[in-house]
Design a protein around this ligand. Structure first.
Ligand SMILES: Nc1nc2c(ncn2[C@@H]2O[C@H](COP(=O)(O)OP(=O)(O)OP(=O)(O)O)[C@@H](O)[C@H]2O)c(=O)[nH]1
Ligand SMILES: [Mg+2]
Length: 314
């Protein structure tokens, strides 16, 4: 229990690292205090600028993130990084330690790195991810980067939260890129072909340029395709500049607010599903009656459609 939510709020606002970490854990656990805190946060805080960085495993997302963050830090800009754990909610994140090793920035006071699970305990997209974004915003972080690995629906849902989405790939990923076309390729605002020290990177840039040229909104924001060598920090200033360009573009076209309305909409749906689950579905799952129905359905004496209607009083 927290004695005083206003005190907690003030400590986060002052940037106290322990309090920030504690608040995020509270939000992840969905405690009553977290709800009290978030009510106040939602009513007072504008979200910081949110950058999503996604792409196949090992493409260099963390290395690029680290380099961009270093550039922002030179301007004294505080940055928070949320690394989404692609494994299950219960993995404990052992694997993640390697995934987000960012030695050059991990001890910097102006940088906060946090890992989170993709899925909440009920299986849907973890609604605490956006709450965490708001907590970081309250704490005065000006940029928040969300790193996700992979290209599934979860990743797409997460990058949809972002104001600017960067899709990172590597020169050898030719065939995979065709497969991604229907997914993340559609939502990328900036494309990066990393590991440009390897052959075929120019070819890959051309392939992606061709793919994005078919996008319907091409006359509005044409996503740039950049080649980088993150190990040598080559091309990173260009990414930073393009993030800025995209930010300005969103502002000038009233798209920043539009994106945020969509995020709130998604967050509302998330919360409603969670509440319905807690109030109506979870108790049923714990009831012996539920298991009896399963038996009867297996024995062909009942059917799921009728039983579900009966259980939910529909
Ligand atoms: N040759 C080369 N290697 C790179 C480059 N950028 C990153 N790497 C290496 O690629 C490996 C993976 O880099 P990460 O930054 O961890 O990649 P990631 O996309 O964050 O990986 P996951 O989070 O596991 O999906 C590391 O060994 C990096 O040192 C690059 O431009 N060239
Ligand atoms: Mg990584």
């Amino acid at each position: 229990m927290v004695d005083n939510i206003d005190q907690l709020y003030a400590d986060i606002q002052r940037g106290n690292e322990n309090t920030i970490a504690k608040a995020i854990s509270m939000v992840e656990d969905g405690t009553k205090d977290a709800v009290k805190l978030m009510k106040k946060v939602y009513r007072n805080i504008e979200p910081a600028y949110l950058v999503g960085i996604s792409g196949p495993p090992g493409s260099g997302k963390s290395t690029i993130t680290q380099s961009i963050v270093q550039l922002w830090r030179k301007e004294n800009i505080k940055v928070a990084i949320i690394a989404i754990d692609p494994t299950s909610h219960f993995s404990g994140g052992a694997l993640l330690g390697d995934r987000i090793r960012m030695d050059k920035i991990s001890t910097d006071q102006g940088v906060f790195i946090r890992s989170m699970a993709t899925r909440g305990s009920l299986g849907g997209l973890n609604s605490s991810i956006y709450d965490t974004v708001l907590i970081f915003s309250l704490a005065g972080f000006e940029y928040i980067i969300i790193e996700t690995v992979g290209v599934g629906q979860n990743e797409i849902d997460i990058v949809k939260l972002a104001d600017t989405t960067i899709f990172v790939t590597v020169p050898e990923a030719g065939d995979e890129i065709q497969a991604y076309k229907a997914g993340l390729m559609e939502v990328g605002d900036i494309f990066v072909v990393n590991k440009a020290d390897r052959p075929k990177s120019k070819q890959m840039v051309l392939t992606i340029e061709q793919l994005v040229s078919f996008r319907e909104d091409k006359n509005i924001w044409m996503p740039p395709v950049l080649a980088t060598n993150a190990l040598k920090e080559e091309g990173i200033t260009d990414i930073k500049k393009r993030i800025n360009d995209h930010h300005i573009y969103l502002q000038e076209n009233d798209l920043l607010q539009k994106n945020r309305r969509e995020v709130i909409r998604a967050q509302m749906i998330n919360l409603m599903e969670k509440k319905l689950n807690e109030k109506y579905i979870s108790p049923i799952l714990k009831d012996q009656k539920f298991f009896k129905h399963i038996e009867l359905i297996c024995k062909k004496k009942e059917d799921p459609y009728s039983v579900v209607n009966e259980l939910l009083l529909l």
